[in-house]
Design a protein around this ligand. Structure first.
Ligand code: ATP
Length: 305
């Protein structure tokens, strides 16, 4: 049986004139995920988020959301909260007043609802302070609170951590993690900094020049970047036998010459000696890891855009 995704895009494309801002993108978002859409400026993230939020239509391809095709998703839209580009914040109003306006517009009247939202995003004690005097982190959290009006099951956030100072980043991150864990809200969030996303995202979609280069889970990403001994020999088959005799089990054969070993990182000397004794020629051995940022840059073509 085909897996049912909370959100799935199929060959989703957006073309402006001759330029494809988004090119045949197939995203798969599971319920409960914090899905990080990562790409450089201009990669196409905002355009993707605008389409899945219903603010723009694909020129080709389509998507399903909560099991409904985009054309039939009108009812499901109420289950989606979005913070895309400028959050609609009135600068001369307090956080409470801003939320009140949104609640009125959406017909939400529950007693204590605004207080609850303010608590959730950590803005309960901002009192009479006007939004224009908020820090960027506070503004982003107010933007998130506004997107939460109506209790969405899916929250779509465009670069909410962009430009935040470390304290602001931690506060916005904690807010998102709380919403995901305690309120079971699935989150799709875009960013151009993989290192920051990796502190909380469970799944990743890497976007470059409008295309999806790779989709991977947190575990897959960490595995790709983790520390390991990279061993190059002229005979991987025999090399494996030798390293197994040393009691090493956690390794992977990467290609004809290369083995990655994920344990006993301090023992590369012993490994080299054992291989030499068995007449396996060591072409190279080194402990390496790739930082998340290096991984992302390599994948998206180094310094080139
Ligand atoms: P950023 O982080 O800078 O917002 P992004 O990854 O969100 O980048 P998009 O804003 O989706 O990227 O833009 C993708 C490409 O589409 C860019 O080349 C942009 O110039 C182009 N584009 C976006 N919106 C339009 C539009 N309305 N008309 C024409 N081109 C557009």
């Amino acid at each position: 049986m085909e897996k049912e995704w909370l959100l799935e895009t199929r060959q989703m494309t957006k073309q402006y004139g001759k330029h494809k801002a988004v090119d045949r993108v197939n995203l798969h978002v599971t319920q409960g995920a914090i899905y990080g859409l990562i790409g450089r400026n201009g990669a196409g993230k905002t355009t993707i988020l605008r389409m899945i939020s219903g603010l723009a239509s694909p020129t080709q391809g389509d998507y399903t959301i909560f099991g409904k095709a985009s054309g039939q998703a009108a009812m499901e839209r109420t289950r989606v909260g979005a913070l895309i580009e400028e959050p609609g914040i009135y600068p001369d109003m307090t956080a409470r007043q801003n939320l009140k306006v949104k609640c009125l517009a959406m017909g939400v009247r529950r007693e204590g609802y605004i207080e609850e939202l303010l608590q959730t995003v950590g803005l309960a004690d901002t009192g009479k302070k006007k939004a224009r005097n908020f820090s960027l982190g506070m503004r982003q959290r107010l933007g998130i609170a506004l997107a939460l009006v109506g209790d969405p099951d899916l929250l779509i956030l465009d670069e909410p951590i962009n430009g935040l100072d470390p304290q602001g980043f931690v506060e916005v991150r904690e807010t998102m993690m709380k919403l995901n864990k305690e309120k079971h809200i699935t989150i799709v969030i875009s960013s151009h900094i993989l290192e920051e996303l990796s502190k909380f995202a469970t799944h990743y979609g890497i976007i470059h020049n409008g295309a999806l280069l790779e989709e991977l889970t947190r575990e897959e990403l960490l595995e790709k970047c983790c520390e390991r001994i990279e061993l190059k020999t002229n005979d991987t088959g025999r090399a494996c036998t030798v390293i197994e005799t040393l009691g090493i089990r956690n390794y992977q054969v990467k290609d004809e010459y290369t083995i990655h070993i994920f344990e006993r990182l301090e023992d590369s000397g012993d490994i080299t000696m054992a291989l030499a004794k068995a007449d396996v020629k060591v072409l190279g051995i080194a402990v390496n890891s790739e930082s998340l940022e290096e991984y992302f840059l390599n994948l998206t073509g180094g310094g080139r855009s």
